[in-house]
Design a protein around this ligand. Structure first.
Ligand SMILES: [Zn+2]
Length: 112
């Protein structure tokens, strides 16, 4: 039991670090987009392409941030270690590698 709590502590820290870096990343993406909105007309085509890339990047980070937030919420509620589908314990090694997963390996592979 004791070691399991310690593992969760480590994962909790990991999730907080991820949350922070994703928030930072989103902020800098937003900043880049805002900055580029002020450049010349001639550069607009190139700019639009960049915006699309940044948009896609931003969406992906936002999606991951959502998962991280959900994992932190699940941790607070005490159901972090349990699979969303079958309710069984998710392997701690799996959680260490994929801290924001909410499915055990069996259910995750069924989904693929
Ligand atoms: Zn499961």
């Amino acid at each position: 039991m004791g070691s399991s709590v310690k593992n969760l502590d480590i994962i909790h820290q990991q999730l907080l670090t991820m949350q922070q870096s994703m928030t930072d990343k989103l902020a800098s993406i937003k900043e880049t987009v805002t900055k580029e909105a002020n450049t010349d007309w001639s550069e607009q085509a190139q700019e639009r392409e960049n915006d699309e890339v940044l948009d896609a990047l931003g969406n992906e980070v936002r999606r991951e941030l959502q998962l991280v937030n959900l994992a932190l919420h699940r941790m607070k509620e005490g159901d972090y270690e349990y699979c969303d589908d079958c309710g069984e314990l998710i392997n701690i090694e799996r959680l260490k590698v994929l801290p924001f997963t909410n499915h055990c390996i069996k259910c995750a592979s069924k989904r693929d």
